[in-house]
Design a binder for this molecule. Sequence first.
Ligand code: DX5
Ligand code: ZN
Length: 219
Amino acid sequence: GPSLIVAPSILAADFARLADAARAVEGAADWLHVDVMDNHFVPNLTIGLPVVKSLRQATTLPFDCHLMIERPDHWATGYAEAGAYNVTFHVEAAEDPVRLAKDLRAAGSRAGLAIDRDTPVEPYLELLPHFDTLLIMTIKAGFGGQEFMPELLEKVRTARRAAGGGHLELRIEVDGGIADDTVAAAAEAGADAFVAGTAVYGADDPAEAVRRIRRIATD
Ligand code: DX5
Ligand code: ZN
């Protein structure tokens, strides 16, 4: 695959025109980041499985489903079965993260583990060999448009060092406040997948915004 992943988050798009939002970044983006929130794990409600299933028919982009929900052990494999390329659930919500990673792979997707703002990464480093993606929040999960927190990149550095010992395939994804002025620091810390909502869908030309973020992350 490509050396860097840029994943626009449709959380910042017009929810009445999600198919248009997806198509607007086809050819520029690598993954489409889909934020699923249940109003319990986070105090916000977005979209769920029916919308993911419909949107799956509307675009060729691989889906990167970020589940900010309670009981991912129960719900997550449904997103894999719906055709998601990568399904990421939160370590704070999962009962048995390793078991769920195996279930996701058996259901046909890659498995991602997400770490929210207030959760340290060290206790979970030993789980990384079971995962394809580690998502480090660079804000508190729940809402788009928040300010990037550079101090959280320390977790990216820690995880990248740990992954260097034999698990080089691990994608380390950053999510929250990623834009032209923050993506370089995230890349320097060792991230190789970049979620951007506001910076992409708040721009006049979303595809060009994706290309710019990739360029800055590569330099
Ligand atoms: C927030 C979501 C993010 C959100 C990022 O909890 O997980 O994916 O879309 O939005 P921006 O890029 O605006 O910070
Ligand atoms: Zn997200």
